[in-house]
Design a protein around this ligand. Structure first.
Ligand SMILES: [Zn+2]
Length: 275
């Protein structure tokens, strides 16, 4: 958390407010906030923002200066936020970057992360290409159903681990993996290679629908997530199993939701979710 829907909510607000704006200056709290490319910090002032993209759970500002193009990658990680307003900042202590902007509706963009180390990358085109290839698997919205079936069927391990593997599918985290599996009637410990094509197709369509609904509702505000303008998400109200341990199954089967402790907690109805 934040996962794909929250990153997409951030991207959309940034896109609306920042494309066409000029970066006057980027100030970082400590140099090690920038994991790569800190020596190019000065290049960004004065550059123009020409696009805002999302890759997996990361938000990417595309900047141009003269004929050259570079990017700022902000990984949101577990607790990261990109914010326009000071009011939305949980505590000033963890502000890792302030970007001063001109020629747009917002004067500043703040990067906040409760973790001690933020994760920003300042990359030229070559480094960005390399980073992209290393980090991100397929996007759930641009891959085809056939590609998803192929990918899941090639996994010998637990299906939930495959969904969470960012090198295979980029953007799904623990909330949306649990919700999509429950709604598809698939147990998180089912083996990908043993599932029928039909069930994997159902999972694919369900996953896309859950992600779309979550984006439309501003994401899930678990912990501190808010959009750049300070608006919290509402999709947590639609969660059926995530953090619902002990509640009756929403399908009405009479079983209670159980927690399985793996790398990340799984929330499961043992009756409705089959291996
Ligand atoms: Zn059930």
């Amino acid at each position: 958390m934040p996962e794909l829907p929250e990153a997409e909510v951030v991207r959309r607000q940034l896109h609306a407010a920042m494309v066409g704006a000029t970066i006057n200056h980027i100030r970082v709290g400590r140099e090690d906030i920038v994991r790569q490319g800190v020596e190019s910090l000065a290049w960004y002032s004065v550059s123009h923002i020409t696009a805002v993209q999302r890759h997996g759970k990361s938000v990417v500002l595309v900047c141009e200066r003269g004929a050259e193009k570079r990017v700022v990658v902000a990984e949101l990680g577990m607790t990261g936020l990109l914010l326009f307003t000071r009011e939305a900042i949980p505590s000033a202590k963890h502000v890792h970057m302030i970007m001063s902007l001109a020629n747009g509706p917002q004067p500043e963009l703040w990067y906040w992360n409760a973790r001690r180390f933020g994760r920003l990358y300042l990359l030229d085109q070559e480094a960005w290409k390399d980073y992209r290839q290393r980090r991100f698997g397929r996007d759930p919205f641009t891959m085809t159903g056939d590609e998803f079936v192929h990918l899941i069927r090639s996994c010998r391990g637990r299906i939930k681990a495959a969904l969470l593997n960012q090198h295979r599918i980029a953007g799904i985290g623990n909330i949306y993996a649990n919700e999509a599996l429950f709604r598809s009637g698939i147990h998180p410990y089912a083996r990908g290679c043993r599932l029928s094509k039909r069930r994997i197709r159902t999972l694919f369509e369900t996953m896309q629908r859950v992600l779309e609904e979550a984006i439309a509702m501003g994401g899930s505000s678990i912990r501190s997530f808010v959009a750049p303008d300070g608006t919290p998400g509402q999709f947590q109200r639609r969660h059926l199993v995530y953090q619902k341990t002990g509640s009756p199954c929403p399908n009405g089967c009479g079983t209670r939701i159980r927690t399985l402790m793996d790398e990340r907690s799984s929330f499961v109805c043992a009756t409705c979710q089959k291996r």
